[in-house]
Design a protein around this ligand. Structure first.
Ligand code: SF4
Length: 391
């Protein structure tokens, strides 16, 4: 484990975040002949399978705030969310030329269509639309999903030119279990002492995990926790909020910074859910595909990104998060025209209204530049929370 200061660690993560050419992943690939990299889109991907095939899973989260989208606009309507357009831009401008395959997990029609566009544009690459079950019965959704995993595994084996053994899969599952445990420790640490682990830092740490090998990312999380604890930072008179709706297209980093500067500590969020989707450790014995299936069906985060059959249960995960993190309120921040986030929002709002929990809503794009209105809205929200809780 490194003994870097928190600033050195975050500077390294910021460099990874800024680098739209994914140099770290390119270096990993070039270090050993024959290595392969598989890109995946949000929201959930069983990265264990890619890792067990000896490949690097690379999270692709769009082009970010600074990428100019020129070609991407020819493929999608400009009023849609920006992530499909900037992801196409990344590919067409050669930023993903080293990636050997792309996987598109089912989250919405936009991503499904993107997988089709990819197949037309990059005929020589491995492309898979990864369908996730909407039914959580072992005998229905479970049977479907285990087959989906098996087909995905076979595709990776063909690409790797070797079999993925159960033993390799168990080892990869163990590494991702450990990574999830440390991710959760960082989230717990931030919730307990948000002034010591600012939201933008935690975000950059998790973003680094989209590019780095899992073992390296786990070490980074351990180093950050030690370094953050050693740092003296002032406690602000901020309220505590849960940020919801940021699971696919990512909010600009400045939006996260603006919320905290405006008086809102972010004590939970749904950014990069792939790092926390599975809520319990996956067993490392028995049939690994079966274990991953059961974990997905029965122990995954109940967010807008997962279909909830029972309306009475809808919102339970959010309410538990508010309680566990001792949050004062919720900020719903959805990408423009994001169906999964915006269709879920009215139901979540109802749950909050029933309990008198304050909330605000806002929309963003990954390249939103004007933060003044966000600061004003969040600042007013923070002040109103303080006034209400004081009465
Ligand atoms: S931001 Fe929302 S609408 Fe856009 S691709 Fe992601 S989930 Fe789909």
């Amino acid at each position: 484990m490194s003994l870097k200061s928190v600033h050195q660690i975050i500077d390294d993560c910021q460099a990874i975040f800024n680098d739209n050419s994914f140099s770290k992943a390119r270096q990993w690939k070039d270090a050993v002949p024959g290595r392969k990299v598989i890109g995946y889109m949000p929201v959930y991907m069983p990265r264990e399978l890619i890792h067990a095939a000896g490949m690097l899973p690379l999270g692709i989260l769009g082009g970010g705030a600074d990428m100019e989208v020129i070609h991407g606009d020819a493929y999608y309507q400009s009023y849609l969310c920006r992530i499909p357009r900037s992801t196409i831009e990344l590919a067409i401008t050669g930023k993903l030329d080293f990636v050997d395959g792309m996987v598109f997990p089912s989250i919405c029609d936009v991503i499904r269509n993107l997988s089709g566009i990819w197949q037309l544009l990059f005929k020589d690459k491995y492309v898979r639309y990864f369908d996730l079950p909407q039914n959580f019965d072992d005998q229905i959704g479970g049977v479907f999903y285990v087959n989906e995993l098996r087909e995905f595994k076979q595709g990776l084996e063909k690409l790797a030119g070797r079999e993925i053994s159960d033993e390799h899969l168990h080892q990869s599952i163990a590494l991702y279990n450990e990574n999830r445990a440390w991710v959760n420790k960082v989230y717990d640490y931030r919730a307990a002492t948000p002034w010591k682990a600012p939201a933008a830092e935690v975000y950059l740490l998790m973003r680094a995990g989209m590019v780095l090998p899992v073992e390296e990312h786990t070490d980074l999380l351990k180093s950050y926790l030690a370094a953050a604890e050693a740092e003296n930072r002032p406690l602000r008179d901020n309220c505590r909020i849960v940020l919801i709706g940021t699971f696919c297209e990512q909010p600009p980093l400045n939006l996260l910074k603006s919320l905290e500067m405006a008086g809102c500590y972010i004590v939970d969020d749904d950014c990069m859910l792939v790092t926390r989707w599975l809520q319990q450790a996956v067993p490392t014995n028995g049939d690994p595909l079966d274990n991953l299936t059961k974990a997905f069906l029965h122990h995954s985060a109940e967010t807008a990104a997962k279909y909830e059959v029972d309306l009475a249960v809808k919102g339970k995960y959010m309410l538990e998060s508010i309680q566990k993190r001792q949050a004062d309120g919720v900020i719903f921040a959805a990408p423009s025209f994001c169906d999964p986030a915006l269709l879920d929002q009215p139901m979540m709002v109802d749950r909050l209204k029933e309990r008198g929990i304050p909330y605000i809503t806002m929309q963003y794009a990954e390249n939103s530049g004007q933060m003044q209105p966000i600061r004003e809205q969040a600042g007013t929200f923070a002040v109103s929370i303080k006034l209400w809780s004081a009465s």
